[in-house]
Design a protein around this ligand. Structure first.
Ligand code: FES
Length: 107
């Protein structure tokens, strides 16, 4: 199972083993990782699952989709070049070792 690490603004790290096919958002919510709200449950309609992906790992992710692009315009914390919606990041074997940083706020 690929491992994904979540790092909050205080520097606290949580690493999870995630089944392929589960989203980075779902794994966080199921495992009680604070900092991902996911109000819409993964329908790409709320932007409260915003994360910042470690810069050198952006290339191993699928490109930002049209819906994701639109929702990223409305994130509560500043959008950056490495911003993604974690509900749109479905874990694959290639994502082993992914590191995501949680934003200051989601709402
Ligand atoms: S959970 Fe709502 S956009 Fe990701």
């Amino acid at each position: 199972m690929p491992r994904v690490t979540y790092i909050d603004t205080a520097g606290k790290e949580t690493t999870l083993d995630i089944d392929v096919g589960t989203s980075v958002m779902q794994a966080a919510v199921f495992n009680g990782v604070d900092g991902i709200v996911a109000e819409c449950g993964g329908s790409c309609m709320c932007a409260t699952c915003h994360v910042y992906v470690r810069d050198d790992q952006l290339a191993k992710l699928p490109p930002v989709g049209e819906d994701e692009e639109a929702m990223l315009e409305g994130t509560a914390s500043e959008r950056r070049p490495n911003s993604r919606l974690s509900c749109q990041l479905v874990v694959s074997a290639e994502m082993e070792g992914l590191v995501v940083y949680l934003p200051e706020t989601q709402t």
